[in-house]
Design a protein around this ligand. Structure first.
Ligand code: ZN
Ligand code: ZN
Length: 422
């Protein structure tokens, strides 16, 4: 019998953490939830673990992992780029917590412990994690190093998708579900379980046309983008369409981009990305920021939902300029500054609530599977049971219902803190 306890990401997006127990105890992901009011943590792990497996670097999957190493000394499996990026994000969490006088829930030493107990493994490499449990990672097509986990337990095989894309994007191949031969139980993300994404090529064209139009009228295209994955993809897109304007790259995305460049085998077309990144101006100091604002320019900066980051170095000059545009390139969570800007046209700048004269637009460059992709993945694996996690409450319920109706497979919507027996 396999038991799974849901320590987070159950009828919510954020703090992914699932404890699988068939005698061997294995933790899948250990993330945090970023809310406009601060961080939320997964429920505590009150048992000795045989291993932990991390699907990819995003903080909602890794953000609380160093905390686990306050008391644990089990091995953690993740791909090499996942470790590289997670380290950047953990140290950034410490820095932000320090600036705000908050507790990060872990220390520098615990990051060191986490690294010491991490065993990096590549896609396709079979690994015995105990005498009777083995695992293998496959490309999930979500961000660099993101992995589908195939967990072969005593009698059953469990597949955990983490976050994935089953359609091709500019940086990544589709998730490699084809490589999975057996799946009894599937734990799948449900983020877009109720809708499909617009066509990617169409989105790219509209986006690039809007950027070009902004440049042609002498403005700045300010592109707040997620540091991990999205900012690199946006630079790749801009290069593909040969936009005639200087591109400036500012913020934490730069450090993450280095990890992308160091791991070419995890990308679809690493040479193209390397060339695109070579052509951009890597903003190193205030002088360069000023320079970026002196000419019509494209500025790729952080953060994706405008909850801080380098975008605030440019906004005072740009918000009042009707020839410029703020172009959001990712999903905007409720109550974030990006969402408020989209809905009200207003921004909080240095304590003042200002009306934005620059254009405001949003584009769907999602790295998550849309409904059609989720269904293709489920039908490909054809499991006995599907467990739907990592989605908003209503979305997850709708998704599970349609799995039962359209695929004829039992679908479970777990509750936070509950244990299920399979
Ligand atoms: Zn993710
Ligand atoms: Zn996620």
């Amino acid at each position: 019998m396999v038991k799974i306890t849901f320590k987070g990401a159950s009828q919510e997006v954020g703090r992914s953490a699932f404890l699988v127990d068939d005698g061997d105890k294995i933790l899948l992901d250990y993330g945090v939830k970023l809310t406009p009011h601060g961080l939320e943590y997964p429920l505590p792990i009150d048992t000795n673990l045989n291993a932990a497996i991390i699907s990819h670097a995003h903080l909602d999957h890794t953000g609380n992992l160093p905390h686990l190493f306050r008391e644990t000394d089990c091995l953690v499996y993740m791909t090499p780029p996942t470790l590289g990026i997670a380290k950047i994000l953990w140290f950034d969490t410490l820095k932000i917590a320090g600036l705000e006088g908050m507790d990060a829930n872990f220390t520098r030493d615990e990051i060191g412990n986490t690294e010491k107990f991490t065993f990096p493994i590549r896609y396709g490499k079979h690994m015995d994690i105990t005498d009777r449990t083995s695992m293998v990672f496959h490309d999930a097509g979500h961000i660099v190093g993101s992995a589908l986990t195939e967990l072969r337990m005593r009698d059953k095989t469990l597949v955990y998708t983490g976050d994935f894309r089953y359609a091709e994007t500019r940086l990544h191949n589709p998730a490699q579900f084809e490589k999975i031969k057996e799946c009894d139980y599937l734990i799948t993300e449900s983020t877009y379980g109720d809708r499909d994404h617009p066509d990617r090529k169409e989105t790219e064209k509209k986006f690039v046309e809007s950027v070009q139009e902004t440049i042609d009228r002498g403005g700045h295209a300010l592109l707040p983008s997620f540091a991990v994955g999205r900012s690199q993809e946006i630079i790749d897109v801009l290069n593909e369409y040969h936009i005639e304007a200087p591109i400036y790259y500012d913020g934490m995305g730069q450090r993450v981009a280095r990890i992308y460049l160091e791991n070419p085998s995890y990308l679809k077309n690493p040479k193209f990305l390397a060339k695109a990144l070579q052509k951009v101006n890597w903003v190193k100091n205030v002088k360069m920021r000023k320079h970026a604002l002196k000419e019509p320019s494209i500025i790729v900066c952080t953060s994706g939902m405008m909850q801080g980051g380098s975008v605030y170095a440019y906004l005072p000059e740009i918000y009042n300029d009707a020839s410029s545009k703020i172009m959001l390139t990712g999903y905007q969570v409720d109550e974030t500054p990006g969402r408020i800007l989209l809905e009200t046209g207003k921004l909080n700048l240095e304590g003042l609530n200002v009306t934005v004269k620059a254009g405001v637009e949003r584009y769907d460059f999602s790295a998550h599977a849309g409904k059609d992709e989720l269904f293709r993945a489920i039908k490909k694996l054809n499991p006995e049971k599907v467990i739907c996690v990592h989605g908003d409450k209503e979305v997850t319920r709708k998704f599970a219902k349609s799995i039962k109706q359209d695929a004829g497979i039992e679908a479970i919507v777990p509750e936070l803190g509950k244990e299920i027996e399979l």
